[in-house]
Ligand binder design. Structure first.
Ligand SMILES: [Zn+2]
Length: 82
């Protein structure tokens, strides 16, 4: 699996399990789709997703891992690795 996480990059790694295929996606930013099967993901802060009126505004809801807080995580599907 390719990852843009490195010791010189972001300090946190976001691990998100796909609810369709079970693949563990690793990234320094929230992914919009599963890297394996392409299933789309909602942003972790999905409560405001309906307020995003444009594609760009919607894409901006996907945060960098460094901006994700523990309380944003979906228990059982996401992990923040420091
Ligand atoms: Zn998947």
């Amino acid at each position: 699996m390719k990852s843009d996480f490195s010791t010189t990059g972001p300090s946190k790694l976001l691990v998100r399990m796909c609810h369709k295929c079970g693949h563990a996606n690793e990234s320094a930013k929230e992914l919009e789709r599963c890297e394996k099967c392409g299933k789309s993901f909602l942003p972790l802060i999905y409560a405001t997703a309906q307020e995003a009126k444009t594609t760009k505004a919607y894409q901006q809801l996907f945060q960098k891992s460094s901006d994700v807080e523990d309380e944003d995580l979906i228990t059982g599907l996401t992990v923040l690795w420091d």
